[in-house]
Design a protein around this ligand. Structure first.
Ligand code: FEO
Length: 392
């Protein structure tokens, strides 16, 4: 338990060992489930709880604060890593009300079977006085569920945005200390969780941009005591501009696709394009997601397996399609032995991406001189496209 400002305490838990979220997202740096206590002169509020696996840590932190009672449990988001300990809190504090919006209330009833009479339902912009501290609630939908909301503590100018601006980073420092590490973790978090909702994030950034914010206290990762650090990063990530970068995500079984990828990489580098190459047999998908935040072009590489793409390339295409990066151009390269529909399959798997498909290069067997020439032409086309949009 630590104080972030007078009478505002961090009471959440560090999960050093967690390595996977939603049984999907790699967490190389672990994570935290941040919860905060705001102690007013008349009332006390707990903002979010923790993942049920760490409920003992939250309880112990609350006990060490010696609060007596808690009047309000603000729930910004119904996902269980923040809401999962609410039922235990309601047992511990029988007079406490769960403060949330109507959508989140309905989800909490569905997910956690919280009884209806335990809620205090608030609306967008509403305030709740704790005496000398005032909580103001704002709906910030789709960061990253439809019910997400945030709290602005008016007197202290602290924003509690829950998942928004967060990072999966287990660290002992309460505030941002290692900026490059936090930047990387926050960008990974944005790429994996927030990027599919880029238009909604832009709107929410505008909405909270009207507030005077001294501190941002998210529900994962360190607190931002210099809010511009993360606000500037988000402005960059959600902006429409892409960078002169090409992501080459591939798998090779018998070296043909690898030879093609390596040739194309060299050709792009010679043309001044930054290449981010990922061998999908060994890559961390989070790193691929990070690269997709900025890249103008993605090239998928695959051999042909049972008439289609290699399942690892198909999986990467599916993930990219779900993450909806702002990538503008795409192509497909790879090889086949006798026949196949790999190009049609992969192009179909990225149908959510608003990309222009540059003519694929598919070769029979091991690439020959004319195939390498076709890859040089593909590199020329990628450069031309990048020039067209003014990034090369
Ligand atoms: Fe950290 Fe969407 O939960």
């Amino acid at each position: 338990m630590r104080q972030i400002k007078p009478n505002i305490y961090a009471v959440g838990a560090i999960d050093w060992d967690r390595r996977l979220f939603d049984e999907l997202i790699p967490l190389p740096e672990g994570t935290t489930y941040n919860a905060y206590v705001v102690k007013g002169s008349e009332k006390i509020a707990l903002l979010d709880t923790v993942d049920p696996t760490k409920s003992d840590v939250l309880m112990s932190n609350l006990m060490s604060l010696g609060l007596g009672d808690i009047d309000y449990i603000v729930s910004h988001h119904a996902e269980q890593d923040h809401s999962g300990t609410i039922p235990a809190m309601l047992m511990l504090y029988p007079n406490a009300k769960v403060v949330t919006n109507a959508k989140c209330k309905a989800m909490l009833i569905d997910l956690l079977h919280i009884e209806e009479d335990r809620f205090l339902t608030i609306t967008d912009g509403q305030t709740l006085s704790l005496g000398d501290k005032t909580l103001q609630f704002f709906d910030i939908p789709w960061v990253h569920w439809p019910e997400t909301m945030c709290t602005y503590l008016q007197e202290d100018r602290v924003l509690f945005p829950c998942d928004f601006f967060g990072s999966h980073l287990a660290a002992s420092s309460l505030f941002v200390e290692d900026e490059p590490l936090v930047y990387e973790s926050a960008k990974r978090y944005y790429a994996e969780i927030m990027m599919p909702f880029r238009p909604a994030i832009k709107k929410n950034m505008e909405k909270i941009g009207k507030l005077k914010i001294d501190m941002i206290a998210p529900s994962h990762g360190p607190v931002y005591d210099k809010p511009e650090f993360i606000l500037d990063a988000y402005r960059d990530w959600v902006g429409d501009a892409v960078k002169n970068e090409a992501v080459l995500a591939y798998v090779s079984m018998h070296e043909s696709t690898r030879e093609m990828v390596e040739h194309l990489s060299e050709a792009l580098i010679e043309r001044g394009i930054t290449v981010r190459q990922f061998n999908l047999a060994v890559t961390d998908l989070g790193k691929l997601a990070i690269a997709l935040v900025d890249a103008a072009t993605i090239v998928l590489g695959s051999p042909t397996v049972l008439t289609g793409a290699h399942p690892k390339t198909a999986y990467a295409a599916l993930v990219a399609n779900a993450l909806r990066p702002k990538t503008k151009f795409a192509s497909i390269i790879g090889s086949f032995g006798w026949a196949g529909k790999m190009v049609e399959q992969l192009a179909g798997l990225i149908s959510n991406l608003r990309v222009e498909l540059i003519e694929p290069v598919i070769v029979k067997g091991q690439p020959k001189n004319e195939d390498f020439a076709a890859l040089d032409k593909l590199a020329d086309q990628i450069l031309a496209k990048h020039k067209q949009i003014g990034i090369a």
